[in-house]
Write a protein that binds this ligand. Structure first.
Ligand code: ATP
Ligand code: MG
Length: 269
């Protein structure tokens, strides 16, 4: 599929999120997009199988979004059909006292996927330049230094065989309102509603500014950001699955060589 520059900005490009339409769906129609997505799912399943067998590379998928941005449903939808044995999903919550006694990447590093694995971060080290910055949880000079720390860290893991894809799920403030209202309306979504999300919504503009800096300063050749128009879930799933398929295909993976003379093996009765 064609990728607009808006979805995959160039490294170094200054990001202004007001210029990115969360409703964007390219030239796609929903039915066709869903069919293409199914196709991508099958390819992902096959590619994950070789990734696991070859045991040489790993894939790290980073998901960031405002509340109700669709991180959970992306994981459910995009990963369905993939062998769970090869996937490690980790949600980063508020750091524990022990985690806070270490550098901010300490808790992250241990969840970076091992060779053969797909790792998914539901929130990530980017929280340390987002919520931490907006809520002034550390002095300015501390979070300011983190963009460089993040780039160096991502470089280290990329150099160690981890392909990194970072997705910012871009929803509009109006879409978030609708999704929150759904959570209030539907009993089986009540558990997803948290009053604590409302003060965060109030700081929407501050979060957008923090996201813009993260998307601008940490969009590197070795760990690119995708700005995914995410108001329409079907388009979001298509964009993400497409990026994953392309990334895995570019690794040109192969199954390991079989043991010799397999044709001569007889399985005893
Ligand atoms: P859900 O969709 O289930 O609400 P969630 O990711 O919002 O998922 P919560 O338990 O509601 O999960 O929230 C986790 C909270 O932890 C978020 O508010 C997030 O900003 C916060 N958090 C994550 N990492 C950090 C960090 N390094 N410092 C401070 N807060 C953090
Ligand atoms: Mg939450």
């Amino acid at each position: 599929m064609q990728h607009q520059q808006t979805i995959q900005p160039q490294p170094g490009q200054q990001i202004n999120l007001a210029g990115y339409d969360p409703d964007y769906t390219g030239d796609w129609e929903k039915d066709l997009a869903r069919r293409q997505f199914k196709d991508n799912q099958e390819r992902m399943d096959a590619l994950q199988n070789v990734l696991y067998a070859e045991h040489k590379h790993a894939l790290l998928i980073v998901l960031q979004a405002m509340d109700a941005g669709g991180k959970d449903s992306t994981i459910r939808k995009v990963m369905e059909g993939i062998n769970p044995q090869g996937v490690h999903v980790w949600s980063f919550k508020q750091p524990t006292p022990e985690e806070l006694d270490h550098d901010f990447l300490w808790r992250i590093h241990q969840h970076v996927p091992a060779k053969g694995m797909i790792g998914i971060f539901n929130r990530s080290h980017y929280e340390d330049v987002l919520v931490v910055r907006v809520n002034k949880l550390v002095p300015d000079d501390v979070w300011q230094a983190r963009y460089d720390h993040i780039n160096a860290f991502e470089r280290l893991i990329a150099d160690s065989g981890v392909t990194i894809l970072k997705f910012y799920l871009h929803i509009s403030k109006a879409e978030q309102k609708e999704r929150f209202e759904d959570r209030l309306k539907e009993p089986d979504k009540h558990w997803k509603f948290s009053r604590g999300d409302l003060p965060v919504r109030k700081r929407w503009d501050d979060y957008m500014a923090a996201y813009e800096d993260a998307l601008t300063r940490c969009n590197t050749a070795w760990a690119p950001w995708y700005i995914v128009p995410a108001n329409h879930k079907w388009y979001r799933d298509l964009v993400i699955s497409d990026a994953i398929v392309r990334a895995l295909e570019s690794l040109h993976m192969e199954y390991p060589a079989p043991e010799p003379d397999l044709d001569k093996v007889k399985i005893p009765d």
